[in-house]
Design a protein around this ligand. Structure first.
Ligand code: HEC
Ligand code: HEC
Length: 189
């Protein structure tokens, strides 16, 4: 093979992985202010969105747009995204699987007390302590504790609509159980 051909094929070969890595569209640059450049949020009350299921990210941003899921953030940036940018943004954050969610202060007594509640009520969908998913459940291992508590209240008060069958999972649980199970998910690495 002629040297030039080798160089060209080498360039093509090395260029491929770089172009395959999803990038954040310019219109979504502001997301980083709250959710961090790789989806690991540094702001209290802000969820980590790195490595989240792409379908969940897309559906959630659509829900913010249609106001079927309320948001506390006035003019949440995701609302203004075009369909194309929204899809690219979801793809980018879903791909940030290596970014580590920071360890948080959780109550070990609550974490162990919640293990049974988790296994009986949540594991079916929030598989592997929230690291995996069935029935389209979002990945919530290591999610920000204050965010988990806030969303738990939103489900209970009806501000956020329960997904299919999660109302059954919550039924009969005490405030204490729900508090503990939030600590359980927050404590996962
Ligand atoms: C001013 C801060 C701020 C900005 C900017 C922002 N967000 Fe958010 N985002 C939040 C907060 C706070 C929440 C959780 C509370 C709520 O929904 O009101 C949230 C929730 C979310 C959720 C739901 C997470 C879950 O686990 O259900 C997604 C997805 C999301 N944001 C994506 C984005 C994207 C994509 C952008 C940029 C296009 C963006 N956000 C810009 C603060 C922000
Ligand atoms: C039948 C399946 C199923 C079961 C069982 C279930 N969930 Fe969920 N969960 C889901 C789905 C689907 C969503 C996302 C729906 C939505 O957008 O509100 C979700 C969302 C959540 C969220 C919000 C996450 C976020 O990022 O905003 C929390 C917190 C949560 N679940 C906690 C629990 C707890 C605690 C239990 C057990 C007591 C449980 N879930 C049981 C399916 C389930």
């Amino acid at each position: 093979m002629d040297l030039r051909l080798i160089l060209v094929s080498l360039a093509l070969f090395t260029a491929a992985p770089a172009s395959a890595a999803p990038t954040l569209p310019a219109a979504a640059a502001a997301c980083a202010e709250c959710h961090g450049s790789n989806g690991v949020a540094a702001t209290p009350g802000t969820p980590h969105i790195n490595g989240q299921l792409q379908t969940y990210l897309t559906d959630t941003m659509e829900a913010f747009k249609s106001a079927s899921r309320p948001t506390e953030v006035a003019q949440h940036t995701s609302i203004a995204l075009t369909e194309k940018d929204l899809a690219a943004t979801a793809k980018f954050y879903a791909a940030q699987k290596k970014a580590q969610r920071p360890a948080q202060v959780t109550d070990p007594t609550r974490v162990s007390a919640a293990t049974k509640v988790y296994q009986q009520r949540c594991e079916k969908c929030h598989v592997d302590s929230g690291r995996d998913s069935d029935h389209d459940a979002p990945l919530i291992a290591g999610q920000a504790l204050d965010y988990l508590l806030q969303q738990t209240s939103a489900y209970i008060s009806g501000k956020r609509k329960f997904p299919f069958m999660m109302d059954d999972a919550y039924r009969g649980l005490s405030q204490e159980d729900l508090l503990s199970v939030s600590h359980y998910f927050a404590a996962q690495r």
